[in-house]
Design a binder for this molecule. Structure first.
Ligand SMILES: NC(=O)c1ccc[n+]([C@@H]2O[C@H](COP(=O)([O-])OP(=O)(O)OC[C@H]3O[C@@H](n4cnc5c(N)ncnc54)[C@H](O)[C@@H]3O)[C@@H](O)[C@H]2O)c1
Length: 255
């Protein structure tokens, strides 16, 4: 077992949107001593969130723009962040888009857009991050799947999204197996509906109530619910947990 270095960085993709899981998680992790790197297609917002985090929590933070579906952009963003921040110990893949398109209406472009961001993007960021992690013999990778991968949709997004998010689970298990000997763990988080703007805009109380009715708890989730799960899975103490999918979904899917 390799110990964490005293000063360590977590890179989060998709952490720029104001009400998103990524931004809330970046704050949550900075509060717990992590230095923060943010990669988002919204380059200016990524930099702004990083500045706000550095000011508020007194850690090092930097943001870089990249479309995660374009490998060269992802690699350039990592190079930029790695030059400014302490050792990259963790990666959290949050960048994602929804897709409420019924299966019979899915065009090739829609299929490729959603797969490109939600699946290929996870691969590109992970591949680049673990290249750095193996040099130090320690690393944590957490990727956001979705309960819709396990239940066959049923939330807001439909088949392309479910397929990409199911791919994230298979990908996670396989890299967990391949990279375990090199000190790297890989896990997925499978959220139920979380109160962000990804499902076609800010949720009304009525929509929230309907979504909560499917689960066993009387509410939908908050970004903080997911942030806390991320914090655990990337922690030093979670070093014996790998290849898992942690459902944070109010009991929507029990397995
Ligand atoms: N909110 C939910 O109910 C829910 C449920 C299950 C899974 N998830 C997953 O959690 C993750 C975060 O979602 P959220 O709810 O915070 O949504 P969000 O829309 O607030 O955040 C998504 C982030 O990804 C960024 N992004 C989008 N396309 C990108 C690209 N091509 N390259 C780089 N960045 C890009 C956006 O700018 C944004 O900052 C997503 O992967 C989503 O699929 C969310």
């Amino acid at each position: 077992m390799t110990d964490f270095p005293a000063s360590r960085t977590v890179i989060l993709t998709g952490a720029a949107s104001p009400r998103g899981i990524g931004r809330a998680s970046a704050h949550y992790l900075a509060e717990r001593g992590w230095n923060i790197g943010i990669i988002d297609v919204e380059a200016e917002a990524a930099k702004r969130v990083a500045e706000e985090i550095a000011l508020e929590h007194g850690v090092q933070a930097a943001g870089a723009g990249a479309d995660v579906s374009v490998e060269a952009q992802v690699r350039a963003a990592f190079d930029e962040l790695e030059g400014q921040l302490p050792q990259i110990v963790a990666l959290v893949n949050l960048a994602g888009v929804s897709s409420p398109v019924p299966y019979l209406e899915v065009t090739a472009d829609e299929w490729n857009r959603v797969m490109g961001i939600n699946m290929n993007g996870v691969h590109y960021a992970t591949r680049r991050a673990v290249e750095s992690m193996v040099k130090h013999g320690v690393g944590r990778v957490v990727s956001l799947s979705s309960v819709s991968a396990q239940r066959g949709g049923g939330t807001y997004s439909k088949t392309v999204y479910s397929a990409a998010k199911a791919g994230v689970i298979g990908f996670t298990r396989s890299i967990a197996r391949e990279l375990g000997q090199q000190g790297i763990t890989a896990n997925a988080i499978s959220p139920g509906p979380i109160d962000t703007d990804i499902m076609g805009g800010t949720l009304t109380d009525e929509r929230k109530e309907k979504m909560a009715a499917d689960g066993v708890l009387p509410r939908i989730g908050t970004p903080r619910d997911i942030a806390a799960a991320i914090a655990y899975l990337i922690s030093e103490d979670a070093g014996f947990v790998t290849g898992q999918t942690l459902n944070v979904d109010g009991g929507l899917y029990m397995h």
